[in-house]
Ligand binder design. Structure first.
Ligand SMILES: CC(C)(COP(=O)(O)OP(=O)(O)OC[C@H]1O[C@@H](n2cnc3c(N)ncnc32)[C@H](O)[C@@H]1OP(=O)(O)O)[C@@H](O)C(=O)NCCC(=O)NCCSC(=O)C[C@H](O)C(=O)O
Ligand SMILES: [Mg+2]
Length: 290
């Protein structure tokens, strides 16, 4: 039993115009894929990319992993055609960049439904503008079809006139607000990408930071980042052992009528048991992925 948890430790973007990348993704152990029609695709290649993405979704060649299509933003010349094609192809999610408000989320959901999107097709809204960060709670709660927030940290840095620095101090408020908004609405939240595909040490540090802030996983841009994200965002053996022992210690104490106990020197109450059960459920969901 995995408690219905869906691992989204590693969510790999690829340009839908890059047929080699679409092919290679079939064999990569990423938890989910985002076939991009937006920033990674040149204007001349948009139509072909849209066809490739929809064909890839329909092919069923990516196993039981979530496959999403990222459409171009509202207001661009490609948005309407992207959304209509994606709705008809029926991916697990349609990722919409630069979402600006809860009203826009509702309009996007209405357009997906009008386009005949199947029930399984969720909306993932990108949080990558100052307005979206400031309205994140309303955006996250705008529709039951909205299943995840996805941080766009490149656009955020650009919009804030900020800088990409180790430790991401300029982004911490936005990152935490996004996690708060997602948790308040009960939706998933994915951290932004790490641009230096050769710097795995810096990437791992950023994965750890994202995990500790509360993100479910990280969006990625290169196959070389998948293993690290999968490892960092999964409970390790020590965490699983600790969770099992904590639950056992609490159950033993409960049987004796106590509501609080110490385990490895730390106070344990029922809320810690709930966290430990979530750790075990996530470990099971990851193991089930194979
Ligand atoms: C970043 C890249 C342009 C690097 O490309 P390249 O130098 O060609 O990589 P490699 O030679 O190291 O590739 C090795 C093999 O891996 C395949 N590959 C590379 N990237 C991917 C991928 N993303 N998915 C699947 N497969 C991939 C290559 O084909 C090689 O295969 P083989 O022939 O078998 O050796 C490139 O990695 C890339 O294009 N990455 C994705 C870029 C992207 O999608 N960007 C848009 C999303 S990020 C964004 O917009 C975030 C957000 O909006 C924000 O604001 O922050
Ligand atoms: Mg962006």
């Amino acid at each position: 039993m995995t408690g219905g948890l869906v691992p989204r430790r590693s969510v790999l973007y690829m340009p839908a115009s890059n047929e080699r990348a679409l092919e290679k993704a079939r064999t990569l152990p990423a938890d989910a894929l985002i076939l991009d029609l937006e920033d990674a695709v040149a204007p001349d290649a948009k139509d072909a990319a849209r066809e490739n993405a929809c064909a890839a979704v329909r092919s069923g060649a990516y196993g039981d992993r979530e496959v999403a299509i990222r459409v171009n933003a509202v207001g661009t010349p490609w948005h309407a055609a992207d959304l209509a094609a994606a709705a008809a192809a029926g991916p697990h999610a349609v990722v919409v960049p630069k979402v600006g408000s809860a009203d826009q989320v509702r309009a996007l959901v209405a357009a997906l439904e009008a386009g005949g999107a199947p029930e399984r097709t969720r909306l993932w809204a990108m949080v990558e503008t100052p307005q979206a960060v400031l309205d994140v709670r309303d955006v996250a709660a705008a529709s039951p079809r909205l299943a995840a927030l996805v941080l766009g940290t490149n656009d955020l840095v650009k919009e804030l006139y900020a800088a990409h620095v180790p430790g991401r101090a300029p982004l911490l408020t936005a990152l935490s607000l996004a996690v708060l908004g997602a948790r308040a609405a009960g939706v998933a939240v994915l951290d932004g990408v790490y641009n230096d595909v050769k710097d795995l040490e810096g990437f791992e540090a950023e994965c750890r930071q994202g995990r500790d802030l509360g993100f479910d996983g990280k969006t990625l841009i290169h196959p070389g980042q998948v293993e690290v994200a999968n490892r960092v965002f999964a409970p390790d053996e020590a965490a699983v052992d600790d969770a099992r022992e904590l639950i056992a210690a609490f159950e033993e104490a409960s049987a004796q009528g106590r509501g609080v106990v110490t385990h490895r020197g730390r106070m344990v109450e029922n809320l810690h048991v709930e966290s430990a059960r979530r750790t075990l459920a996530m470990a099971e969901a990851v193991a089930a992925r194979g």
